[in-house]
Design a protein around this ligand. Structure first.
Ligand code: GDP
Length: 683
């Protein structure tokens, strides 16, 4: 067992983000290989990579569960030698944007991988905007330059135009497509090539001297524009030194003012070592990302009381519960007692591990800036803060969007029902973005998309041995009201021999944007204070089952105006029932309507299929927002109700001879048209 005290300036907590298929997994895999974590190169298409380690991921060839893994990298000419890189694998599928957000929250920097042929794809834009929101500094890696149709310069333009980023081109490709050999580092003016798979640093090929001069000039100009020091040199006609340029690029990157752009082919093992150099050189350390604390920020962070965020929980059939934690301040030690400030509960840290893909190294403790996995936490779930009980803090928690799609699960036996309830409890700790409710005795789980639910169900079967009949995925409709209704009076009275029930309430309801609000206007003790929360609870009970078709309600404000009570017969229960009944009555009169999730759809297809794709989206009640062009194909932007999008993948492929692709994301809830609503509302 080792005690690790990492020099914070030598730590990089980074993620790799990308559109699915851009090569994120391959790039991560190569990083692990070159840093010595894995000893052979696993290929994604063999379903055998170190980072994608759950079975569903292997089967599907995509990354879903974010795993944290630690590796080390030394840059020869950079100060400080060996650096520790904690690599967080972020999922690429849009159904899992919530996982992406969760990862971004704990990263100090990221590598955005792009497909050198397709360029900036819709999902890359989504993830990029999320990273903007969290202020995560980024390096771009234009991958797949060995593929036919790869175009580095076009990708750089797309990064500028589509993402609104300030690209700093720090590398030029040597050759392209089948002739792609390596990259020129514009800062050092040296070429990196891989003859027979071995990395070599050589002179720039003579034919490229002019290109290199021109692009280096552009790089210096771009840096000078944002950096006084380099500007002064530039104006004076002097060349900035390599160190000065590195430092200036780092400052701009750390401040998210610009993003260095590199290139390569992860698959052909070209460009990965210089990418690792760039991670160390340009991306921030935890210290850069932390608010400055006096003169000795590093010591201060380490000596401060513990604050850490649990950002990922994985349950393993053999090992049980493993919690991935980002430590912001202080130290986290094996055996220590910590305080969960969200649940207000003490927890004991069992073992602390540094995780190297699927291998774990037990350590005694870890300090500020680090990312480790912890065993032994029982109550803590994703997004919660662990801290020192004497200095409680709550780190900013995460918001989870509502699930838009759901599926009913019916366990086969009584034992399956028990296993299902364990599975649900464990899985919801891992993934707070799915929800569960009971509907006519059936268990219904809601999630972010078809694939999300499919994976949850797979995990229930495989990890928890749940045998169950699973219904077809269906849309999570909602209900809301369109009108305000004033002063609905309701008296709940029940006389049954002994103690009766009595509660009287007077409420108003009105539409609000979304969610639920409760306002109490009762004065003079007309309803005793202790019963007010019961009325609120009753209204919330009624919110969960709408009056039209039993869907959950949203967008209602209730105002409790007045009421009455009985000194003997009034109770919490009586007021809860009265609240619920009054709410139902008021909502029935407030023009209730059904809402459905509407999705932003981007379908890409060759020109000759454009008409068919648009016609089909129209037939799906879609509203075409516009069309554009991307990488030689046409893109259709549309808003389409989710209920019309089931099975669209296959349909689009059929219409476009297999060449169409699409992405879909939740946009908003919108009113279901009356003609459609008739088929959904019973009676
Ligand atoms: P992810 O979905 O972003 O994780 O992408 P993967 O790493 O799974 O890669 C998707 C596919 O592209 C796989 O079949 C890879 O073998 C392939 N691929 C990845 N990088 C490259 C590359 O640099 N060149 C070529 N030609 N193929 C690549």
């Amino acid at each position: 067992m080792t005690t690790t005290a990492l020099a914070l300036t030598k730590v990089r907590n980074i993620g790799i983000m990308a559109h699915i298929d851009a090569g994120k997994t391959t790039t991560a895999e190569r990083i692990l290989f070159y840093t010595g974590v894995s000893h052979r190169i696993g290929e994604v298409h063999d379903g055998d990579t170190a980072l994608d380690f759950t079975k569903q991921e292997r089967d599907r060839g995509i990354t879903i569960t974010s795993a944290a893994t630690t590796c080390r990298w030394t840059v020869e000419d950079a100060a400080g030698g060996e650096h520790t890189i904690n690599l967080i694998d972020t999922p690429g599928h849009v159904d899992f944007t919530i996982e992406v957000e969760r990862c971004l929250r704990v990263l100090d920097g990221a590598v955005a991988v792009f497909d050198g042929v397709a360029g900036v794809e819709p999902q890359s834009e989504t993830v990029w905007r999320q990273a903007d929101r969290y202020g995560v500094p980024r390096i771009c890696f234009v991958n797949k330059l060995d593929r036919a149709g790869a175009d580095f310069a076009r990708c750089v333009e797309m990064i500028r135009e589509r993402l609104g980023a300030v690209p700093l081109v720090v590398q030029l490709p040597i050759g392209t497509e089948a002739g792609f050999e390596g990259v020129v580092d514009l800062v050092s003016g040296r070429a990196h090539v891989w003859p027979e798979g071995r990395h070599a640093v050589v002179d720039v090929p003579s034919g490229m001297a002019e290109d290199v001069r021109r692009w280096r000039g552009r790089l210096i100009e771009a840096v000078a524009e944002h950096d006084e020091e380099v500007m002064a040199l530039y104006v004076g006609g002097a060349e900035p030194s390599q160190e000065r340029l590195h430092a200036a690029i780092r400052r701009l990157t750390v401040a998210s003012a610009a993003t260095p752009v590199l290139c390569g082919s992860a698959f052909r093992n070209k460009g990965v070592e210089p990418l690792l150099d760039a991670v160390v050189r340009y991306l921030p350390s935890p210290l850069d990302a932390a608010p400055q604390v006096g003169d000795a920020p590093e010591a201060a962070l380490e000596e401060a009381p513990l604050s850490a965020l649990a950002f990922k929980i994985m349950s393993d059939r053999h090992l049980g519960r493993l919690t991935f934690v980002r430590i912001y301040t202080g130290r986290l030690a094996a055996g220590a007692s910590v305080f969960n400030s969200v649940k207000e509960r003490k927890e004991r840290i069992g073992k602390v591990y540094r995780v190297h893909a699927d291998r774990r190294e037990e350590i005694a403790s870890a300090g500020a800036g680090d990312i480790v996995a912890v065993m032994g936490l029982k109550q803590t779930t994703t997004g919660e803060t662990l801290c020192d009980a004497a200095h409680p803090v709550v780190l900013e928690s995460m918001d989870f969007p509502d699930p838009v799609i759901e599926v009913a699960i019916e366990p086969r036996s009584k034992a399956d029902r028990e296993r299902l309830s364990t599975a649900i409890q464990r899985l919801s700790e891992e993934d707070p973005s799915f929800q569960v409710h009971d509907e006519d005795g059936q268990t219904v789980i809601g999630g972010m998309g078809e694939l999300h639910l499919e994976i949850l169900v797979d995990r229930m079967r495989e990890v928890f041995d749940v045998e169950a009949n699973v219904g077809r995925p269906r849309v999570a409709y909602r209900e809301t009201i369109r009108a305000a209704v004033e002063r609905v009076e309701l008296t709940h009275r029940k006389q049954s021999g002994g103690k009766g029930q009595f509660a009287k309430v007077l409420i108003s309801v009105e539409p609000i944007e979304d969610g639920y609000e409760f306002v109490n206007r009762v004065t003079g003790g007309r309803i005793p204070k202790e019963f007010i929360p019961s009325v609120d609870a009753g209204c919330q009970d009624a919110m969960s089952t709408g009056v039209l078709a039993g869907y959950e309600m949203t967008g209602v404000r209730v105002t409790l105006l007045d009421g009455d009570f009985h000194p003997v017969d009034s109770s919490e229960l009586a007021f809860r029932i009265a609240g619920s009944l009054a709410f139902g009555e008021a909502v029935r009169r407030a023009s209730p309507v059904l809402l459905e999730p509407v999705m932003t759809v981007e379908a890409t297809a060759p020109e000759e299929h454009l008409g068919a794709v648009i016609g089909d989206l129209n037939a799906r009640r879609g509203r075409i927002e516009g069309t554009g062009e991307r990488a030689g194909a046409r893109v259709v932007h549309a808003l389409v109700p989710l209920s019309e999008m089931f099975g669209y993948v296959g349909h689009l492929r059929g219409m476009t001879s297999g060449r169409g692709v699409f992405t879909m994301q939740f946009a908003a809830y919108a009113e279901v048209p009356a003609s459609v609503a008739r088929t959904l509302v019973p009676g």
